[in-house]
Design a protein around this ligand. Structure first.
Ligand SMILES: Cc1cc2nc3c(=O)[nH]c(=O)nc-3n(C[C@H](O)[C@H](O)[C@H](O)COP(=O)(O)O)c2cc1C
Length: 333
């Protein structure tokens, strides 16, 4: 258990913020699978200030997901501060997180995301201004540096701490790396040793055993899981259980996967309406089916799927053929 400001987290497992993925529908599922903290997808400060309808919809929080961290990004101190104040006043988010890791060119061009990482003084200034403006705990999620020649993770995390930030989440890759190579966990250890606020390690935690190794190797307080949870909220549940008991639970059956995929779809439909939700579910459904036998055909069909009914029948037909195949296999044995 650890604390971010006065927010108590019941275990070390944190869902990473993921744009286009971490809305209330997915977050609630991950929460129900045991994550101590769920992070919302990044929200543009300007989108908030201009009251862009889509952006404001992204601020929706279901009380059952809490505690929740809401991430904002932007390129100027003034707009970030105003957006943080808006989030403080108009949402029940428990934590306000500032994105300093996004490597996407569109975000970098506006001076936001990973660009802050080149200048610890600037980070201090930004975080201090946001901390000053709100009562909720402020945290920062960052990459370890810009490129191999500009790795200021320790200085940057210290700047966050000095400015009153209440935790740092560190992805052990540089901006230039995007998602290439492997995440550097050693830098997570160095940052943990250099600050007194909680450090959440992130990058390449793909199995429950990876989570344990990261905690042990780096001494970090929490592990943040991103891609491994896509279509696999069981990863969260199995990790929490493994960390608590040392016991590795079986992965879900194909049928369980499909039931949760449909629950995810239903929650997304409530949130966004059927048309948008089903479009968005195409990628999720493919993730839920990842690793299952002979799924190429159904994955193609899912790409064209337009209604809840179609989604369900494609998934159920696939499962039926999968079960028939297993029975044949058993008969052959
Ligand atoms: C689809 C996707 C969207 C992401 N969106 C965000 C985001 O909105 N904010 C952020 O700080 N990081 C974002 N990230 C980065 C993740 O939070 C995380 O740092 C990264 O995926 C490494 O962790 P992993 O190896 O567990 O996936 C995103 C990653 C993915 C794959």
């Amino acid at each position: 258990m650890f604390k971010i400001g006065d927010i108590e987290l019941k275990n070390p497992v944190v869902l990473a913020p993921m744009a286009g993925v971490c809305n209330a529908a997915f977050r609630l599922i991950v929460k129900e699978f045991g994550a101590a903290l769920v992070c919302a997808e990044m929200v543009s400060d300007k989108g908030i200030l201009y009251k862009n309808e889509k952006t404001l919809d992204m601020l929706y929080i279901d009380e059952r997901e809490k505690p929740l961290s809401l991430q904002i990004f932007g390129g100027e101190i003034e707009t970030l501060v105003e957006a943080a104040k808006f989030v403080e006043k108009n949402t029940t988010a428990d934590i306000i997180d500032i994105n300093m890791g996004c490597p996407v060119p569109k975000i970098i061009k506006s001076d936001a995301g990973a660009k802050w990482l080149l200048d610890p003084d600037k980070i201090y200034e930004v975080v201090a201004a946001v901390v000053d403006a709100v009562d909720k705990p402020v945290t920062v999620k960052m990459r370890m540096g810009w490129d191999d020649d500009h790795i200021y993770a320790v200085e940057n995390a210290q700047a966050v701490e000095r400015a009153g930030g209440k935790a740092v989440a560190l992805h052990g890759r540089t901006r230039v790396q995007m998602y290439e190579g492997t995440a550097n966990w050693d830098i997570i250890k160095q940052v943990k040793e250099a600050v007194n606020i909680p450090v959440i390690g992130n990058g390449d935690v793909k199995t429950p055993e990876d989570a344990k190794r990261m905690l042990e190797m780096t001494g970090c307080d929490g592990v943040m899981i991103g891609r491994a949870a896509l279509g696999d909220p069981w990863m969260i549940y199995r990790t929490v259980h493994y960390l608590e008991t040392g016991e590795l639970m079986d992965p879900p059956t194909p049928k369980e996967k499909i039931e949760v995929c449909l629950l995810h779809a239903d929650r997304l439909i409530q949130l966004k309406g059927e048309k948008l939700a089903i479009m968005e579910m195409r990628k999720h459904a493919a993730w839920y089916l990842k690793g299952l036998r002979g799924n190429a055909k159904v994955r193609n069909a899912l790409n064209e799927c337009e209604t809840r009914e179609e989604l369900e029948s494609l998934l159920r037909e696939y499962i039926a053929t999968l079960e028939a195949k297993s029975e044949q296999d058993i008969a052959v044995v």
